[in-house]
Ligand binder design. Structure first.
Ligand code: XMP
Length: 323
């Protein structure tokens, strides 16, 4: 299979070029799959969302999207996937809330790479189970983009574990495999996807699993979801938002005081960075006003957190994620 972007391919920088690309891909997808069904693991990330929207345009209900909620998605994400794809675009969407399964498998596991492996493996198991139920599906759509091909030894390959079991054989449909990320976003907008989905910041495959540092517990994970939503909302209000901005909750407690009584609570860590390629990164200068607003809101709105910290370290020496 050809894995090199054709030299004649124009860079997709505007809506007109995006619409031409969409027309071409719709034709190609129809020619490839005909009236057969196509399966897609739809995470709600930019790449799989754009692939879903393209396939819905090309083959409608014959696209079968599977959204596996591992419980480690950010606040509001599974709901948005259902709203946009099922309710607004009328997609065939199988939604599986497997939070309990993932959290049980992760119980007591604190090693980051073990956590990644478990999340990757359970995800593949759940997806493969769904695929087996749909007996006549021979095509699998994937949100592979050009940097994934170019950097097959890069960050994604290093971190992400998995791959479908050998007994599941599919022909791949990869309509955006020659596109760079900025082009995928332009195509996504032209397909009518919501801006907050198309311009979503990069989010690791294991999700909040690597931001709920150490062994994950439900209460700390819930606190993380709430605190992270506040960080994203407040930094998201800035005129120019950084590349990645999120919250981390380490597995440590410190003393707080409430109504004259001392108690132990967690510390929420704010992280905001700018980078071109994630190989090096600079801490983003969050305006003090925003920092204080985030602090006040987290302390007031998120039970269990009694301290807010700002991690303003650069990479190297600190990686972007804590795990
Ligand atoms: P680090 O923490 O290594 O992260 O500086 C570099 C970039 O990679 C993302 N990241 C991941 N992405 N699966 C992913 O798909 C992962 O397991 C993973 N771990 C880190 C991170 O968010 C940053 O953008």
């Amino acid at each position: 299979m050809n894995e090199t972007r054709p030299s004649s391919m124009k860079r997709i920088t505007n809506k007109k070029l995006a619409l031409a690309f969409i027309d071409e891909q719709v034709k190609q997808i129809k020619a490839q799959v005909g009236d057969k069904k196509v399966l897609l693991a739809l995470s709600g990330g930019v790449d799989s969302s754009v692939v879903a929207a393209l396939l819905i345009k090309a083959i409608g209900k014959n696209l079968i999207c599977v959204h596996v909620n591992h419980g480690l998605l950010r606040k509001g994400e599974p709901e948005q996937v259902i709203q946009v794809f099922k309710k607004e675009m009328g997609a065939t969407l199988i939604y599986r809330n497997k939070t309990n399964l993932f959290l049980n498998e992760l119980k007591g596991v604190s090693d980051p790479e073990k956590k990644r492996k478990i999340i990757g493996k359970v995800f593949i198991d759940v997806f493969a189970q769904e695929a087996k139920k749909l007996k006549d599906v021979k095509f699998l759509a994937q949100g592979t983009i050009y940097p994934d091909i170019l950097e097959s030894k890069g960050v994604k390959a290093h971190h992400n574990v998995g791959g479908l079991p050998k007994n599941l054989k599919f022909e791949l449909v990869e309509p955006v495999k020659f596109l760079y990320k900025d082009e995928v976003r332009v195509v996504g907008e032209a397909l009518g996807l919501p801006k907050n989905m198309v311009y979503r910041q990069p989010f690791p495959g294991p999700g909040l699993g690597v931001r709920c540092v150490g062994a994950i517990t439900r209460d700390r994970l819930n606190a993380l979801k709430e605190a992270d939503a506040i960080v994203r909302e407040e930094i998201g209000k800035l005129e120019k938002t950084p590349w990645q901005y999120f919250c981390v909750i380490p597995d440590l407690k410190s003393t707080g005081i409430k109504d004259g009584k001392r108690y132990m609570g967690w510390a929420a860590v704010i992280r905001a960075i700018n980078t071109k390629d994630a190989v090096t990164a600079k801490s983003f200068e969050i305006p003090y006003k925003t920092l204080y607003k985030i602090r006040d809101r987290i302390i007031k709105e998120v039970p269990g957190i009694n301290r807010v910290l700002w991690d303003y370290s650069d990479k190297p020496i600190s990686t972007i994620e804590w795990e």
